[in-house]
Design a protein around this ligand. Structure first.
Ligand SMILES: *[C@@H]1O[C@H](CO)[C@@H](O)[C@H](O)[C@H]1NC(C)=O
Length: 364
């Protein structure tokens, strides 16, 4: 009897191994491109004009694949709460959406975030984009279903925006333009250079990728916005802006679509949201990222050196933290006796903060 149950257990283990090996090999051989659950968001239609800005939100499922022959993800079951009309196949030859950050291990709590919107291709009237649509050439190609979508990876640093096209009425989309950033939340020290990453890929088979491209970087902070940099890649012209020390690597831009913004010397005023926009004729994809300037305080104690004191005498000692961003800062005192033991003394009485000419703070 004991022998029997051991054999039985062993065969269970073997069966488990077999299933396990099977499922892991099938998922790796099919592809590492994900099946993404997203929100499909569009403006409400009908009801005669009605409320501007009202939107509807539906769950949607995107089967991402590298090419037409790859149908690995498409064979899996769709969750029952998704309308079959909102299930799409997206062919992504550049595999920007096949990065591990969009395909966490099954059962992970963190999921990639994404949103899909209908997109209307249209010429841009911006000075640095206008040259792309000077001679309207391929309106027939534009007559299709277009989506724009944005994706946020589970590592918090990777973001992708895509413009996809499907022949009218079909649900098989192809990525025509994609934009990737690997610095969705960047930090920089004062005075140091910082690079905000933004690279694009345009389908070389699309007639829209023949003419050229344009790149724009905008800055936004608490409702205040400005143009940082704008470049017309077709005429190789940089727009005049007031921004100093902001540049692109033009060689990397033309060779590899690397449109990263390089700020040569970080200042306090650089904290905020940066929007990287890449234009093809009639198309636009955008990724927004956050830059936070972080500088630790310099500390000084007054009076210095500490004076000799007699028992019962009151001594005021001040600690000043200066040159830091952002607010707030925590200050606390610690007393170390002659025996080497430490004792926390709390934060004392804190002054208000002052801001210096360079935007950094000080507080005592
Ligand atoms: C793009 O260029 C920047 C600056 O030259 C570099 O730091 C970054 O790694 C490049 N990105 C890619 C994806 O090659």
């Amino acid at each position: 009897m004991t022998d029997f149950s051991t054999i039985y257990k062993l065969s269970l283990v073997a069966l488990w191994c077999f299933i396990h090996a099977c499922s892991s090999s099938s998922s790796s051989s099919s592809s590492s491109c994900p099946l993404l659950e997203c929100w499909f968001v569009q403006e409400k239609v009908g009801r005669g004009g009605g409320l501007a800005g009202a939107t509807t939100q539906e769950k949607t499922l995107l089967h991402i694949r590298k090419d037409e022959h790859d149908d690995g993800a498409a064979s899996s079951q769709a969750p029952s709460d998704i309308n079959p009309d909102r299930i799409y196949v997206i062919t992504d030859p550049a595999e920007t959406l096949c990065h591990g950050s969009f395909n966490p291990p099954r059962g992970s709590i963190k999921k990639p975030q994404c949103e899909v919107n209908p997109f209307l291709p249209q010429p841009s009237s911006l000075a640095w984009v206008r040259s792309l649509t000077e001679n309207a050439f391929s309106p027939v190609y534009l007559q299709a279903d277009w989506f724009s979508a944005s994706f946020h990876g589970v590592d918090d640093q990777r973001g992708v925006a895509t413009i996809t096209r499907a022949p009218s009425g079909t649900k098989e989309h192809s990525v025509i333009l994609s934009l990737t950033s690997t610095t969705m939340t960047a930090q920089a020290r004062l005075g140091q250079p910082v690079t905000l990453d933004c690279s694009f890929w345009a389908d070389p088979l699309s007639p829209l990728s023949e003419t050229g491209f344009a790149v724009e970087w905008r800055y936004q902070f608490r409702g205040d916005g400005r143009l940082v940099l704008a470049y017309d890649g077709k005429t190789d012209r940089l727009a005049d802006t007031l921004e100093e020390g902001a540049t692109l690597d033009f060689e990397a831009l033309h060779e590899r679509g690397n449109a990263s913004l390089i700020l040569q010397e970080t200042k306090v005023q650089h904290s905020g949201t940066y929007i990287c926009s890449v234009f093809l004729p009639y198309l636009l994809a955008q990724v927004a990222m956050e830059l936070e300037v972080v500088e630790p305080p310099s500390l000084s104690i007054h009076p210095s050196p500490l004076p000799l004191a007699v028992p019962g005498q009151v001594l005021n000692i001040q600690c000043e933290a200066s040159g830091f961003v952002p607010l707030p800062v925590d200050l606390s005192w610690e007393f170390r006796g002659a025996d080497g033991k430490s004792r926390a003394l709390g934060s004392g009485s804190m002054s208000g903060h002052r801001q210096a000419w360079d935007g950094t703070y000080s507080q005592s």
